[in-house]
Design a protein around this ligand. Structure first.
Ligand code: SIN
Length: 508
């Protein structure tokens, strides 16, 4: 008997895997109603792909490698960039309303660290919502996909021989637990909800990482969390985004006295790599000079039509971006690290795949190039589906695990505050050791909740990386080391490291 394919997560990567897994039967688990609870819905910029007449996949790959600060696998970047134009065409054919002229020419935005205007967009800043609507319609119409809304993967089932994954333990919409046997694709998104200031759904807390690690999967480059420099600073959780495409249109960053501060911080000014701009904004705020995105001249009266999501967010807080600068702050936005996979989404644990933001096939390195994330979710999901169809595994019977403990609300808020304070835009050894102590204390009290395990991976990898690279900036180790190396940790390794690491961090 062929078991179903179980996909946990319904953002762009989960839905694209589901569609391309046909004719295999798919059970799609989504904790929230389809269209909600995933970062995809909120993506503003679009899909980066070499679609312009002045562009080529090799140029896109080169920009991806350069942004990744030594840690991008060049083969992953080649695959991503060569597949890019075809994936955008495929979404367009499915009904995603990309802006395109009648002669077929794409409207392309410029974003940071891209050498060309390369981001295919949807109604200004509506890329995620537009793409997701098209994907949801296709998945709802697909006979091979059974959608279980309100169902959440709680844990993975180990196969009885202890060598792989045999399915998931799911929490059903009615609250009961049910074991489902099948090969599993984790597509459950980010861990940025572990931070107090984030642009992602706060429910994105690294659950996929914790589940995969429990079965022995390797977690790669967990320390690399990307902070978006221009989240709109109006005290909301999650924080709304002011897309980088605004800076691509010429919007500038100013302090409260109206002085432009990026011009002297980097030759590319506001379009410097995202980590550089995030640190500059962070320092402005720390020193009390304020940080604002000024689009009055660059966008002005066209704001409501060109950037409707940003406009609505600003107006809801009483800020009219046509006439006033927008207060901004860096926010945890994307996790470059994740479950290590090969270039077909395979984790090395038989029966277990990972795609999208929770996976780390090596394409983003230390710093993701803007708008490469939706493309990653398409390209590696399609490859995972192809590989799964080509080589389904014979599943050994599984053992249902117990559901993991959950972290109560106040403990989670404490963790989020400490993550932002100690593992944020700038870190140091002493702060990371304090973070590990907080995680230790919470774990003693509440047990090994997935949020704590995911946070521990970030903290330990950040403490061990005694250099600064890409999005990981250590105040006590501000230079990059000569050799660029990915970090790889298993849960077993993490536990063995815990005590020596917190002692080492405290001593720094
Ligand atoms: C943005 O629109 O600024 C975000 C795009 C991205 O994160 O890639």
């Amino acid at each position: 008997m062929t078991h179903p394919l179980i996909i946990a997560g319904a953002g762009i990567a989960g839905l694209w895997t589901a569609l391309h897994a046909a004719p295999r039967r798919v059970i799609l688990l989504t904790g929230a109603p389809l269209g909600q609870g995933s970062s995809t819905a909120w993506a503003q910029g679009g899909v980066a792909a070499a679609l312009g007449r002045d562009d080529a996949p090799a140029l896109h790959a080169a920009d991806t490698v350069a942004a990744g600060a030594g840690l991008v696998d060049p083969e992953a970047a080649r695959i991503l960039s060569e597949a890019g134009p075809g994936e955008v065409e495929a979404l367009y054919a499915l009904g995603a309303p990309f802006e395109r002229a009648p002669d077929g020419v794409w409207a392309l935005s410029r974003e940071a660290a891209h050498s060309r205007a390369r981001v295919a967009r949807v109604r200004g800043d509506q890329a995620g919502a537009g793409i997701l609507a098209a994907l949801i319609a296709a998945v709802r119409a697909a006979d091979h996909v059974e959608i279980r809304e309100g169902w959440r993967a709680e844990a993975l089932m180990a196969s009885a021989c202890g060598q792989g994954c045999a399915g998931v333990l799911a929490r059903r919409a009615d609250g009961a637990l049910e074991a489902i046997t099948g090969e599993v694709v984790l597509a459950a998104g980010s861990l940025c909800g572990l931070y107090a200031v984030t642009t992602t759904p706060w429910t994105s807390q690294g659950h996929a990482l914790a589940m995969a690690a429990a079965l022995g999967a390797v977690i790669r480059d967990a320390e690399f969390v990307q902070f978006h420099p221009t989240a709109i600073d109006i005290g909301r959780d999650p924080a709304p985004l002011a897309t980088e495409a605004l800076r691509g249109e010429g919007a500038i960053l100013i302090d409260q006295a109206g002085r432009r501060f990026m011009a002297c911080a980097h030759p590319d000014g506001e379009l410097a790599p995202r980590d550089v701009v995030a640190r500059a904004v962070h320092r402005q705020l720390r020193t009390g000079r304020g940080a604002f995105l000024d689009a009055r001249k660059a966008v002005g009266e066209a704001f409501p039509e060109r950037f409707p999501a940003v406009f609505a967010a600003c107006m809801s807080a009483g800020i009219d971006p046509r006439t006033a600068p927008i207060p901004v702050a860096p926010a945890a936005h994307y996790h470059m690290g994740g479950i290590a996979t090969d270039l077909n989404g395979y984790t090395g644990v038989p029966g277990l795949y990972a795609v999208g933001e929770c996976a780390a096939p090596g394409v983003h390195g230390a710093n993701r190039l803007a708008s490469n994330s939706l493309l990653d979710g398409l390209v590696f999901a399609r490859r995972a589906a192809a590989r799964l169809n080509a080589a389904p595994v014979r599943l050994a019977p599984g053992r249902a695990p117990a559901a993991p403990p959950a972290l109560p609300g106040p403990a989670l808020q404490r963790l989020r505050q400490v993550m932002s304070a100690e593992a944020g835009v700038e870190r140091d050894g002493a702060g990371l050791a304090r973070l590990i102590n907080v995680i230790d204390a919470l774990e003693v009290r509440y047990g090994p909740a997935p949020a704590l395990i995911a946070a521990r991976f970030v903290a330990a990898a950040a403490l061990m990386r005694t250099e600064s690279r890409g999005a990981h900036f250590r105040l006590d180790h501000p230079a990059a080391s000569h050799e660029a190396r990915s970090s790889c940790l298993t849960l077993e390794g993490l536990r063995a490291l815990a005590a020596p690491l917190s002692a080492a961090g405290a001593a720094e």
